[in-house]
Write a protein that binds this ligand. Sequence first.
Ligand code: THU
Length: 160
Amino acid sequence: MRHIKIETHLFEFDNENELSEDAVHLFERAKEARLNAYAPYSNFAVGAAILLANGEVVTGSNQENASYPSGLCAERTAIYYAGAKYPNIKILKIAIVAGLLEGKTSKPIPPCGACRQAIAEYEVNQQSPIEIYFKGTSGKILKSNSLKNLLPLIFDKSQL
Ligand code: THU
């Protein structure tokens, strides 16, 4: 038996003043998108904004459904829209802001496993890393320089 150690790297920012200008702008768009979340069942609203290599920003928010599993997370709403509208344009960055509709969420909220898998598909296909920033409705921000840091044992088409 061998022990395999896998290292991952994240960067933490105390607040948005520490971020680059385009990341701040992307968070503004993610916050705007979050206002359109349809989350009457969880009362947890998420907004995501994606910066594409052509300068376009596409956004999404979580959209829930009375048939709970039919709802979709903000990240996948946004990334599938990017894929549908701009199929050949690289994704550079994603900013995600998430939290309770009422009250503060002061810890960074990472994308769920299914959203990581969806982001992986695009990162693998475009052969360049996607920066992922995430935060609550207040407090610190975490950044991953690539999806691979959030999903180290990636499953992708090369395994099929
Ligand atoms: N949600 C997202 O939009 N993104 C995530 O990565 C985590 C969860 C949504 C799904 C559901 O509408 C609500 O947050 C509570 O799980």
